[in-house]
Design a protein around this ligand. Structure first.
Ligand code: ADP
Ligand code: MG
Length: 610
C-alpha cells in the first residue's frame, strides 16, 4: 500500500460492482438469473429475447405473480429476497433463488428495466436504471407478470466487456442455459427469439420426453433410455444414452438437483463409473438426470452462481446414480465396494428393460453401397448378406438383386442398426459388420451370451422354461462346499428348468437342461459355474429374484463357454438375434458385445475434416 493512504469504506456503488462480478460474468449468467426468477414467480409461460449475443439486450418476460411497486423497488437492493427469512431457511432451500443479489448485480452493470404488475393491480410499475442508479419510476400499462430487460451489459465495466467472446460463443452459452431450464421445466411454455428470429417455441404442459425430442432432436432422443431408481429417500430419474451414442465431452450431461441445474464432482464421476467398459476412453454418455432428495440433504449455497452443490452423503448419491444408469442399460449392478453405503439395488430380473423413446429413423436410410464387394473367399455367401432390421428401414434397393446377397428380416424396432452387412471375421473370433453408421466389431461369445440370456429369462418370467431331457442322465460329484451351495438352491434350480437331483453324498444327477442353453453345455461345468455364482453371497435383502438371476447368468455363461466356432450361417443368425435383443450392447455380465466405429470417427482419424 502506498504510504499516506487511509482505509476507506467502499461506496455501495463499488460494492455492487464487485459483487456483480461474482454473479454475472457473461450474458448467459444474466439469462440464468432472470429465468430462475421467472420460474420462482410461478410463470406458466416465459418469453426470452436476445440481441447481439446478449450484449445489446437480454429480456425475460413472464406471466408469474408480479410485484407491487414497493416490492419492485426493494427487489433491486442487495440481499433483498422474498425467498428466505431466516438462517434456518438456508438449510432447506426450495426455490432457485435465495441470495437476493441477482437483480442488484445485474442492474449494477447494465441499463436495466423492470416492468411488473400483480394480477390484482390496476397498473404496472416500470423502473428504469443505469449502472445501479434509478433513473425513473413510473406507472404504465402491462399485462400481469414481469418483464426484465438488461441492455448494454457491462457498459460501465469495460474490463468485463472486453472479456466477452464472439456472439457465437455467447449464444452457445445462452442456449445451454435455455436448454437446461427447458429440460428442468417441461411444464413451462418457453419461447426464445434471437436477433428477431424465433429459435424455439416450446409448448407448456409437456412431458420430459416431449421436451427432450424438441430440444435434442428425435435422433438423439431415440438413443436414450429411461432412468428411474429410488432408494432411502433418494431418487434419480431421467434419461441416459445407450453406449453407442456418446460425445467427446461432458457438455451433454445435464444434472439437476431438486430441479436446479447443478452438479457436484461426484455426479460426473458416478456417470463415468456406470459406463465403464461400455464406451471408449475419452467418450462420454449423454444423460439428463434429476436427483431428488430432501432439501436438507444438499447444500446449494456453495457458490454465488449456485452451479455447484454439496451433498450430505456423496457415496449414497454416487451409488444411486450408478445403479440407476446400470439398470436403465439393463446391466447387473456393479459389485459393491467394501465400505460403500448403499446396497446395489437389484434390478428385478423379470421386468423387461425400458425401451428407448420411439423415433423415426428415416434419416438413417442407407446410401446404397456403391462398391461391389469382391468375393475373394469362395463359398462365403453369408459374409455379404444384408441384415436389415425390419420395420425400421427398407434395405437398399439393389441389395436383394445382387448375386449371392440375401436379405434376412429381423423384426427389431430397437435394433442397434437399421441394416448391416457381415464383412467377415478377424482372428477367427471377432465379427466385422458394416452398418449405416460405419463399422461394428462384435464379440460372438458376449453376443451369444446376451441372446440366450434374454431368451432364458423371458421363458422363466412366463414360468415356462422349456427343459430338454438328456439322453443319458449324468452324475456329477461336487466338492463339499459347492455341493452345500447347490443343495441349498435346489428348488430354484428346478424352477429354472434344470433337472438336478441329489444322488447321495455330494453327488448330483442331471437329467434335463433348459433347451435354450443348447446341446453342448456340460453338466459338470454347469454345476460348477452355478455353485460359484450362487456362492458369491447374496446382498442383504436379495430374494428369489437374485437367485434366479444368478442361475440365469451362470447357465448362459456355461453354455457359451461350451460353444464352438461359428459357421457363416450361424454368424448371420447371431447378428440377427442380437439385433432383436432388449439390450444388445452388453453381455449379461456387462462386457460389451459390440464396439462401434462411426463414419464420423473414421473421417476424423483419416484427417478428412468435417
Ligand atoms: P433471489 O432470487 O435470490 O431472491 P433476486 O435478486 O434474483 O434474488 O430477486 C430479488 C427478489 O425479487 C426475489 O426474491 C423476488 O421476490 C423478486 N423477483 C425477482 N424477479 C421476479 C419476477 N420475475 N417475478 C416476481 N418477483 C420477482
Ligand atoms: Mg433470483
Amino acid at each position: 500500500m502506498e504510504p499516506g493512504r487511509h482505509i476507506q469504506l467502499l461506496s455501495d456503488e463499488v460494492i455492487n460492482k464487485i459483487a456483480a462480478g461474482e454473479v454475472v460474468d457473461r450474458p448467459a449468467s444474466v439469462l440464468k438469473e432472470l429465468l430462475e426468477n421467472a420460474i420462482d414467480a410461478g410463470a406458466r409461460n416465459v418469453e426470452i429475447v436476445i440481441v447481439d449475443g446478449g450484449r445489446k439486450l437480454i429480456s425475460v418476460a413472464d406471466d408469474g405473480c408480479g410485484m407491487t411497486r414497493d416490492d419492485a423497488l426493494l427487489s433491486i437492493e442487495r440481499h433483498a429476497t422474498s425467498k428466505l427469512t431466516s438462517a434456518e431457511d438456508l438449510e432447506r432451500v426450495a426455490t432457485l433463488g435465495f441470495r437476493g443479489e441477482a437483480l442488484a448485480a445485474i442492474s449494477a452493470v447494465s441499463r436495466f428495466t423492470i416492468t411488473t404488475r400483480r394480477a390484482d393491480a390496476q397498473a404496472a410499475t416500470e423502473i428504469t436504471m443505469s449502472g445501479g442508479k434509478i433513473l425513473e419510476v413510473r406507472e404504465t400499462g402491462a399485462p400481469p407478470g414481469t418483464t426484465m430487460a438488461c441492455r448494454n451489459l457491462f457498459f460501465n465495466t469495460p474490463a468485463r466487456r472486453r472479456f466477452l467472446r464472439s456472439d457465437q460463443t455467447e449464444l452457445a452459452h445462452l442456449r445451454q442455459v435455455f436448454l437446461l431450464h427447458g429440460l428442468a421445466h417441461p411444464e413451462i411454455g418457453l419461447r426464445l427469439v434471437v436477433d428477431e428470429r424465433e429459435i424455439y417455441r416450446l409448448a407448456g404442459g409437456a412431458s420430459l420426453e416431449e421436451r427432450l425430442r424438441e430440444l435434442l432432436g428425435a435422433e438423439t432422443a431415440g438413443a436414450l433410455r429411461p432412468v428411474d431408481t429410488e432408494r432411502d429417500g433418494l431418487r434419480v430419474r431421467g434419461f441416459a444414452s445407450l453406449p453407442h451414442t456418446t460425445r467427446g465431452d461432458r457438455s451433454e450431461q445435464y444434472v439437476f438437483v431438486n430441479c436446479r441445474p447443478a452438479a457436484a464432482p461426484v455426479t460426473a464421476f458416478a456417470i463415468g463409473e456406470a459406463y465403464q467398459g461400455l464406451i471408449p476412453r475419452g467418450r462420454h454418455p449423454l444423460c439428463i438426470l434429476f436427483l431428488e432428495m430432501d432439501a436438507a440433504l444438499v447444500d446449494v449455497n456453495v457458490h454465488p452462481t449456485k452451479k455447484e452443490v454439496r451433498f450430505r452423503h456423496p457415496p449414497a448419491v454416487r451409488d444411486l446414480i450408478i445403479d440407476g444408469l446400470r439398470s436403465a442399460l439393463a446391466l447387473p449392478p456393479l459389485p459393491l465396494e467394501p465400505g460403500g453405503t448403499g446396497l446395489p439395488q437389484l434390478k428385478e430380473l423379470f421386468v423387461p428393460a425400458g425401451r428407448p423413446l420411439p423415433v423415426s429413423r428415416t434419416s438413417d436410410l442407407p446410401g446404397l453401397p456403391a462398391f461391389p464387394y469382391p468375393r475373394v473367399v469362395p463359398g462365403a455367401r453369408a459374409d455379404h448378406a444384408l441384415l436389415p432390421a425390419q420395420g425400421v428401414v427398407a434395405p437398399p434397393a439393389d441389395a436383394a438383386s445382387r448375386e449371392g446377397d440375401r436379405v434376412v428380416p429381423a423384426d427389431a424396432s430397437n435394433a442397434p442398426w437399421s441394416w448391416c452387412r457381415v464383412l467377415g471375421q478377424v482372428g477367427g473370433t471377432f465379427i466385422v459388420l458394416e452398418t449405416q453408421d460405419g463399422l461394428v466389431l462384435m464379440d460372438p461369445q458376449a453376443a451369444h451370451e446376451r441372446v440366450i440370456y434374454e431368451r432364458y429369462v423371458a421363458e422363466a418370467a412366463r414360468g415356462a422354461v422349456h427343459a430338454q431331457g438328456l439322453l443319458a442322465p449324468e452324475t456329477v460329484t461336487m466338492p463339499p462346499e459347492q455341493a452345500r451351495v447347490l443343495r441349498k438352491n435346489l428348488a430354484a434350480l428346478q424352477e429354472m428348468g434344470l433337472g438336478v437331483g441329489e444322488f447321495g453324498g455330494d453327488a448330483f444327477v442331471v437329467d434335463a437342461l433348459p433347451a435354450v442353453l443348447g446341446e453342448r453345455v456340460s453338466p459338470t461345468q454347469l454345476l460348477a459355474d452355478l455353485a460359484t455364482h450362487l456362492d458369491k453371497g447374496s446382498p442383504r435383502g436379495a430374494g428369489a429374484a437374485w437367485t434366479r438371476e444368478q442361475v440365469a447368468l451362470a447357465a448362459c455363461h456355461a453354455a457359451v463357454r461350451a460353444g464352438d466356432q461359428l459357421n457363416p450361417t450361424e454368424v448371420e443368425t447371431l447378428v440377427r438375434d442380437l439385433a432383436r435383443c432388449e439390450m444388445p450392447y452388453t453381455c449379461p455380465h456387462g462386457r460389451p458385445t459390440v464396439i462401434f466405429m462411426g463414419l464420423a470417427e473414421l473421417r476424423r482419424k483419416f484427417g478428412r475434416g468435417g
